[in-house]
Design a protein around this ligand. Structure first.
Ligand code: ZN
Length: 119
């Protein structure tokens, strides 16, 4: 069986290897810009080969390298609506349910970022 992303992240040597292979395929721009995936994509989403037999979505790798292993059934969404984007600052974990029910993410994100009123 080939290793999953979380298995690779748990091994410092393989993780360092993956990190090196991964970021050369991403056009890393300014922190607030989208970082486009430069390699093969499917439906607009970057495809990254974990091994000769296993691929995963590039943006999931980008998020996991910054934040750690992705829990089962967690999906990683784009706050920027750009499927090819691999900027961890534009990636947010959620569930399939969130994705369906929350609708316009732009609106929701501006609310999250707003000031917290406290008396
Ligand atoms: Zn983006």
């Amino acid at each position: 069986m080939s290793a999953t992303l979380n298995m690779i992240l748990g091994d410092p040597v393989r993780r360092a290897n993956l990190e090196r292979r991964f970021w050369v395929k991403v056009d890393r721009r300014r922190p607030d810009e989208c970082w486009p995936w430069l390699k093969p994509a499917k439906n607009g989403y970057g495809i990254f080969s974990l091994s000769s037999t296993r691929t995963t979505n590039a943006h999931r790798v980008a998020w996991a390298l910054r934040n750690g292993p992705i829990r089962e059934r967690t999906i990683i969404r784009h706050s920027c609506d750009n499927p090819a984007c691999c900027n961890p600052a534009h990636l947010v974990p959620g569930t399939q349910l969130d994705n369906v029910s929350k609708g316009d993410e732009g609106v929701r994100f501006s609310k999250v970022a707003g000031p917290r009123g406290r008396r």
